[in-house]
Write a protein that binds this ligand. Structure first.
Ligand code: PRX
Length: 656
């Protein structure tokens, strides 16, 4: 991750080419400033106009923003619309035969779905959900491979007003159970198996395991999409139904449920610094508007684009920039089931050539790993169709940025480094590519209408060059509405008292450079960012502590060349501290345990054992010291509050 020193030395500026600027949806800094000025002088008028331009309303709204019950803001609250209608029906007149999705499966086979076909498949599946008694407001958990059907499932929920909660297919049965339970889901949609990198994962069996753990009585049916030929080991005639049998013979037209603008569209769980993952609840209209504004401004959407976002629908990026954003604006998009390294590290580049991709959006971690595995591989492919590149999920180091720019973008494609979060629903800080000159490593300037500030602990603005906390000072349409079932936690987490409850606290530290550009430095809380995936240290610690061998555990992040950050766990066992081969064996068991409790993405890279953990006299674990030890750094800070200083020496030599 970049340090303030190194980023302050970054002086390279890449303005858009004349050609890009002239054709861009927002052209030049004049275009950017005009939009910002409108937002500054008439905030509600600005958002109201965009909502009328980019959203199709069943019943127009008369009120833009209601701040009376802050921070529970309401946008366009008396308007009615349906997100699925906006993604499908409204395109039928002009682009029914346009390809909506080019699907490339793990094995390389390709299928295409037009807007008309997608519309009918969504309608038919929506009728399937209805036939099982799903009604507006019911929760549906989606635990699917990254296929067209996952998007159909999400769109079908949106169509009938059911609230979907997608659980990433890489999460384990335990994590799935927690989410089903918190959402009190009525239906789980899964597949017999998912296939990635040539390997199958038995999602149906994992769903059975999740339900078997207990306390999932709310689930009435499990719908199973048949992705492969393999038969699930267990099948319950009363509780399981195959997707294809459910929809058989059902009408392929389904009137959308007209939703109030503020009705929830979905809940997506994400990690925080404390407790269990939080159910981030998004609205219908405001959320959807955020995706459309950014498709137009940040991704500079053009009718003949072939757009490809490599995220999985299990994350917010897959929600906003696969399931809703591109379909809402009527784009042709690529959906890829597999992994970037299978069958080799040229897969992304081969697919860009094959599908003539124009707009490519991926994560820095993928870029770094592909540089390492084959920095020259892209030269074997014709990448000249590309016109715009994007990154998301974590800071990108200037070296990786330059490689992306030169080797992938041929020096001609602007890079939009987009900063945002599960909670913000859509891009917040990112260059508008035809206007803002980019700098390697900076996400540059906020989108027009997004009011950011970098402040100290008291909420006072911080001068350029100094690190502070990134906040958003005014509500915006795609902002999280609440934490599902926990309004109090929503308020205290995101609108804390230290800022008088007025600012949205992002949880990232950042600083401005001399051009007013924003540089994200990383999280200020106990949240790790491993390969662009957000993980709470607490979650991993609780998983470890639930193992019968473990007395106590503390988890910290350590910078990692490819993953950005990696997980290091310090563990105290109930018995003696293990060393040598015994230690290695237990460490292996604990890594497998974490994979089973949460998922492989949360597995510690390193586990170290100690007789104890460094604690203050009041019993608080001093994680910053553990971070030093994990990095192999000298401890230069004050340790006078430490109860047991001798433990530092032991932990320093505890590498197995
Ligand atoms: O720390 C920031 C980092 O990812 C966090 C949000 O994670 P999540 O909710 O999982 O959403 C990821 C995809 C939007 C942020 O708090 N982050 C995201 N984008 C960037 C970033 N850090 C630096 N630069 C980015 N472009």
């Amino acid at each position: 991750m970049s340090s303030i020193d190194s980023v302050l030395k970054e002086t390279r500026l890449f303005p858009p080419s004349d050609d890009f600027r002239t054709k861009a949806n927002v052209s030049g800094m004049e275009g950017y400033h005009t939009l910002c000025e409108k937002a500054n002088s008439d905030y509600q008028g600005f958002w109201g106009d965009l909502a009328r331009e980019l959203v199709s309303w069943r019943k127009p709204f008369t009120k833009v923003l209601d701040e009376s019950n802050a921070p529970f803001f309401k946008w366009f609250e008396d308007g009615e619309m349906n997100v699925s209608y906006n993604c499908l029906d409204r395109h039928l007149e002009s682009k029914a035969n346009k390809v909506a999705i080019i699907f490339e499966a793990d094995d390389g086979s390709v299928s295409r779905v037009t807007y008309r076909e997608l519309y009918h498949r969504v309608c038919q599946f929506a009728n399937g959900l209805k036939s099982l008694g799903v009604v507006k407001g019911d929760r549906v958990v989606i635990y699917m491979p990254h296929t067209v059907e996952a998007v159909i499932a999400m769109q079908a929920c949106a169509r009938i007003g059911a609230i979907h909660s997608v659980v990433f297919g890489g999460f384990s049965a335990g994590a799935l159970r927690d989410r089903i339970q918190d959402a009190t889901a009525k239906i789980v949609i899964t597949a017999n198996e998912s296939v990635r990198g040539g390997k199958a994962t038995p999602l149906k069996a994992m769903t059975d395991e999740a339900l078997g753990i207990g306390n999932c009585e709310s689930v009435e049916k499990v719908i199973v999409f048949q992705r492969t030929g393999t038969k699930p080991d267990h099948w319950s005639e009363s509780n399981n139904v195959w997707w294809h049998q459910l929809v058989k013979g059902l009408p392929d037209i389904c009137e959308p449920e007209w939703m109030n603008a503020e009705d929830p569209l979905f809940v997506l769980y994400t990690s925080g610094s404390t407790g269990k993952p939080k159910g981030i609840q998004h609205s219908s209209a405001g959320y959807f508007l955020g995706t459309q504004v950014s498709m137009k401004w940040v991704f500079d959407y053009k009718e003949d684009d072939v757009y490809w976002c490599t995220a999985d629908v299990g994350w917010i990026t897959g929600h906003s920039y696969i399931a809703y954003g591109p379909l809402g604006i009527g784009a042709t998009q690529v959906i890829f089931e597999g992994v970037p390294t299978y069958p080799d590290a040229g897969r992304f580049w081969a697919m860009i050539e094959k599908h003539q991709v124009t707009t490519f959006y991926t994560a820095p971690t993928a870029i770094r790993s592909l540089i390492k595995l084959g920095g020259d591989l892209p030269k074997q492919y014709d990448l000249s169709s590309l016109r715009l590149l994007g990154t998301v999920g974590e800071p990108i180091n200037p070296d990786a940025w330059m490689w992306y720019h030169e080797v992938i973008g041929g020096g001609r494609c602007p890079i939009v480094d987009t900063w945002w979060q599960t909670e913000t629903g859509s891009n917040m800080v990112a260059p508008l590519p035809g206007a803002v000159a980019t700098k390697p490593g900076s996400c540059t300037l906020p989108l027009p209408g997004i009011m950011t500030a970098i402040v100290d602990e008291s909420g006072a603005p911080i001068e350029p060059g100094k690190g502070g906390s990134l906040v958003i000072t005014r509500p915006f349409p795609s902002l999280v509405r609440t934490i599902y079932n926990d309004a109090a936690r929503f308020k205290s987490t995101y609108f804390p008292d230290e800022f008088n409850g007025k600012y949205y606290l992002a949880g990232d530290s950042a600083h401005y450079d001399e051009h007013g550009y924003i540089w994200i430095m990383g999280r200020i809380d106990d949240v790790l960012n491993v390969s662009g995936h957000r993980l709470g240290t607490m979650e991993i610690e609780s998983a470890l502590a639930a193992n019968p061998l473990v007395a106590e555990a503390a988890v910290v992040g350590r910078p990692h060349e490819i993953k950005g950050e990696s997980v290091v766990a310090f563990v105290v066992l109930k018995g003696d501290r293990p060393e040598g081969e015994e230690g290695k064996l237990i460490a292996k068991q604990l890594r497998e345990w974490v994979a089973h409790e949460i998922g492989k993405i949360a597995q510690p890279d390193e586990i170290r054992f100690g007789d104890n953990l460094p604690k203050t006299r009041s019993g608080k674990i001093m994680r910053r010291l553990l971070r030093n030890i994990a990095k192999g750094e000298e401890i230069t800070q004050d340790i006078s509050t430490l109860e047991n200083p001798a433990i530092l020496e032991q932990l320093r030599h505890s590498a197995l």
